[in-house]
Design a protein around this ligand. Structure first.
Ligand code: HEM
Length: 436
């Protein structure tokens, strides 16, 4: 077995730049390191040393997590601990399992049918609204809209009233604080505003939980109030509030990112608009069962998630020693899964840098159990995956049944930030027109 310290890494005078390179272009940073050092390397990110690879078999080992090989909670703690402390990603092992089983009840078929109606109405409103607009800065636009949807679907409140507006404002401050460089609350800095926003939301949400326990509605809070696992374990009021806050965060930016990237791809490969339009007309007023048959929307959306995954990489910390490529890696080492790397590995994908939705017809995503992982894998695999796909299909159907889209400035190069989620830096302006 080779020693840990023999894993290649940049000399110290280059590695101090790693965090900046990671933030400035995460995928270029990882890809360049892999090119330079081979299949495994060490790097310095935000004061921690990481061992990284994109190898699908090591990804499988980390996700399968047999005998609690890794901690997901310790991996995410530096990002979420202060402001989103008790969500599912901050739990490991049995503790995670108990909470996940209860949460699963809020995503069963009965709940999904309720969300379906809510999303369908929202998607139709979005399409009508886009029709009435001139130019739209799409990422910003869809972020606001997906937050509106979260307020209705998760909390049963509206962004139009005072309560909804206050919640939206606090929520935005909390999300912003997850990427604050200074991670101590002081002088009303970004992190401090996040902590204060959390305290405000805790109070508002606890009140909502009390109301929904007495008078349940059709929303995630109400479902979590009655959800139990097989052993009849249920969440306390405080636990519901923590899960709601975390789930809103996990759902909101990722979905907005994916829909914005979808528009990037569909305006670059506009031949797909016609095919999407035809499918959208075929399912003019779709019901829940018909979602599975919307294969064009599904393949174009899935290919978008492959090429531009909203979450490019996820962190883990080793609980026990293991080996990677014959190197002995000690417990406590920080590592992770490189989702973008798995999605572009030529071992599993033909022409991985080409946008080709038909690869899902050919089943390329099945070439390795962990080569297509936009929603992660193993016990922490995204609990909202089906909800996210449903949301995407319904809004794609609503938009492309009546509208076509083009870039306001087709020559403009779009720059992206890829952490914490993949999104355009600056404006991404689109023009929607009725289909002629
Ligand atoms: C395109 C949309 C989405 C993408 C790409 C996405 C991606 C992911 C990924 C990669 C993970 C795993 C993180 C890890 O392993 O460390 C995850 C977990 C999670 N996601 Fe999503 N997600 C999306 C939508 C949603 C939605 C709509 C919801 C909620 C309704 C949601 C709720 C969650 C939660 C609660 C977890 C933690 C699960 C656990 O730890 O057991 N996500 N998501």
């Amino acid at each position: 077995m080779k020693a840990y310290h023999d894993i290649p890494k940049d000399p110290w005078f280059q590695s101090w730049k790693h965090s900046l390179q990671f933030v400035s272009n995460t995928t270029d940073f990882f890809d360049n390191q892999l090119l330079k050092h081979g299949q495994i390397f060490r790097c310095q990110l935000f004061g921690y040393e990481y061992v990284r690879t994109k190898d699908a078999d090591i990804t499988a080992k980390l996700y399968k997590n047999s005998q609690d090989l890794v901690s997901t909670a310790n991996g995410w703690a530096p990002v979420f601990e202060g402001v989103f402390p008790n969500g599912l990603l901050l739990k490991d092992g049995k503790h995670h399992l108990v909470h996940r089983r209860i949460m699963q009840q809020a995503f069963n078929k009965k709940a999904m049918l309720v969300y379906f109606d809510c999303i369908k109405k929202w998607a139709d409103d979005v399409a009508d609204d886009l029709k009435s607009k001139q130019n739209v800065d799409f990422f910003k636009y869809i972020k606001d809209k997906t937050l509106d949807l979260s307020l209705t679907m998760f909390l049963g409140i509206s962004s139009k009233d005072e309560l909804g507006q206050g919640v939206a404002k606090s929520f935005v401050a909390m999300v912003a604080s997850t990427v604050a460089i200074v991670r101590k609350p002081m002088f009303n800095n970004c992190y401090h505003r996040g902590i204060k926003a959390r305290a405000h939301l805790m109070g508002v949400f606890l009140e909502l939980v009390k109301q929904r326990r007495n008078n349940p509605g059709d929303d995630l809070i109400s479902f979590l109030c009655t959800a139990t696992d097989e052993e009849n374990q249920a969440y306390s009021d405080e636990q519901i509030v923590d899960h709601i806050i975390f789930t809103m965060m996990a759902a909101h930016d990722t979905t907005a990112s994916s829909l914005s990237s979808f528009m990037v791809q569909i305006t670059e490969h506009s031949q797909w608009q016609q095919t999407l339009h035809q499918e959208a007309l075929q399912f003019r007023d779709p019901n829940y069962e018909q979602l599975n048959a919307m294969s064009v929307a599904e393949h174009v959306y899935k290919e978008t998630l492959r090429v531009m995954p909203p979450i490019v990489t996820v962190p883990r910390v080793l609980n026990t020693p293991t080996d990677m490529f014959g190197f002995s890696i000690p417990a406590g080492t920080r590592t992770g899964v490189y989702i973008y790397g798995a999605h572009h590995d030529p071992k599993y994908w033909t022409n991985p840098h080409i946008f080709d939705p038909k690869r899902f017809e050919r089943g390329e995503d099945k070439n390795h159990a962990f080569c297509y992982i936009p929603f992660g894998g193993g016990v922490h695999k995204c609990i909202g995956m089906h909800l996210g796909l449903m949301e995407a299909k319904l809004v794609i159907q609503a938009i492309f049944s009546k509208l076509e889209v083009e870039r306001v400035d087709p020559q403009a190069q779009i720059k992206y930030a890829k952490v914490p989620i993949w999104h355009p830096k600056g404006k991404f302006e689109l023009r929607f027109k009725s289909v002629s």
